[in-house]
Design a protein around this ligand. Structure first.
Ligand code: MG
Length: 204
């Protein structure tokens, strides 16, 4: 499956431990935001640190690729539209996220959405795990079973707002352990047995 999303929809604060580490509450409904498709890079491409930020951080996430159109979908319909899974890095300029209030700039720089090859979705989506390594050492380790809102709930919720098109990409939130990237780092996100993406980090 070739990945060419019309939009990238992301979930914020979908793991309680990550919400807590940044001093936030868990939202009562899924908290969604968009990243532009122009932010996409693939395995091996460089994440470039913009000069306007002093704190660019990795966020390893489970990415879902939508297989067919979804509009006002039920939970079951949404679950049936999971076409594949990608390892994803929702790269974030944390200082700009805080100072701007809304997140488009902080989340939207070129190279700020790294994704691996599309792998198969398991029959039990809650069995997925995500691990982030920086320079080979583990920084994040999460499992889909710890999500506040699970994958079918997320897709159903989004489809009540905007039509999901085949190939659209949904990033399902990051577990705790986020941290800063520096030039020369190599950051890797792995969905065990399904997909991985590894990217060097460079100055802009
Ligand atoms: Mg994120």
């Amino acid at each position: 499956m070739h990945l060419r999303p019309t939009k990238i929809i992301c979930i914020g604060r979908n793991y309680a431990a990550h919400a807590a580490e940044l001093g936030n509450e868990v939202p009562k409904e899924p908290l969604i935001f968009l990243k532009p498709p122009s932010s996409l890079i693939r395995d091996g491409e460089s994440i470039r640190l913009p000069t306007v930020s002093k704190q660019v951080e990795y966020e390893g996430e489970i990415g879902v690729v939508v297989s067919h159109p979804l509009r006002r979908a039920s939970r079951d319909q949404a679950g049936a539209a999971v076409g594949g899974i990608v390892a994803a890095n929702d790269v974030t300029a944390r200082d700009l996220q805080k100072s701007d209030g809304q997140w488009t700039r902080a989340k939207g720089f070129d190279t700020f959405c790294a994704v691996g090859a599309v792998g198969p979705a398991p029959s039990d989506l809650s069995s997925l795990t995500v691990t982030t390594r920086v320079n080979g050492s583990v920084r994040q380790s999460g499992r889909a079973s710890s999500m506040v809102f699970d994958i079918p709930a997320i897709l159903s919720f989004i489809s009540g707002i905007m039509t999901l098109e085949p190939g659209d990409l949904v990033l399902t939130g990051t577990p705790d352990g986020v941290g800063k990237l520096a030039p020369g780092d190599v950051v890797e996100v792995e969905i065990a047995g399904v997909s991985r993406v590894s990217n060097p980090v460079t100055d802009a």
